[in-house]
Design a binder for this molecule. Sequence first.
Ligand SMILES: Cc1cc2nc3c(=O)[nH]c(=O)nc-3n(C[C@H](O)[C@H](O)[C@H](O)COP(=O)(O)O)c2cc1C
Length: 152
Amino acid sequence: MAEKLVVYDSYFGNTQRVSEAIAEAIGGIAQKVDAVQESDLEGLKTLFVGSPTRAFRPTPAILTFIKTFEPDKLTGVKAAAFDTRIPKDKTNSGFLRFMIKLFGYADKHIEKALSKTGATIALPSEGFGVTDTEGPLVEGDLERAITWAKQI
Ligand SMILES: Cc1cc2nc3c(=O)[nH]c(=O)nc-3n(C[C@H](O)[C@H](O)[C@H](O)COP(=O)(O)O)c2cc1C
């Protein structure tokens, strides 16, 4: 049980790093999505959910996690969504930039799913960059994540 929880998924550790920095900044706990138990959500006041962007979307585990909540399960909880992604200026392919324009990133999908749980979206979603598929994070983006998260 934690009052402030950061639930994340991560393949290469970048979203995990961001999540742990956010958890430290808000005085909460970061937990990988597959380790979260129902009891972890008891007494919850603040929930961040973060995912790597994969094919313009969050990971299946993150979407399943949010979508299995009963409606109103998170009523009264302040929530915010974030992702990691390859920023546009690091994307060489014009075709990919076009696809990104059409389909976007994971953060909006998470935010939309969260808003259906009764949670209050307390902070507009945000994305943090990786310089390549496996990282590292874009310089300054860990600090940007901390500044962003503290606004909740
Ligand atoms: C299969 C696959 C699909 C990806 N799709 C996207 C994408 O649509 N948009 C994007 O910006 N980055 C994409 N990426 C890059 C990931 O966002 C990047 O690997 C991730 O942010 C790293 O986070 P992690 O270390 O927590 O796994 C993709 C990476 C992989 C391996």
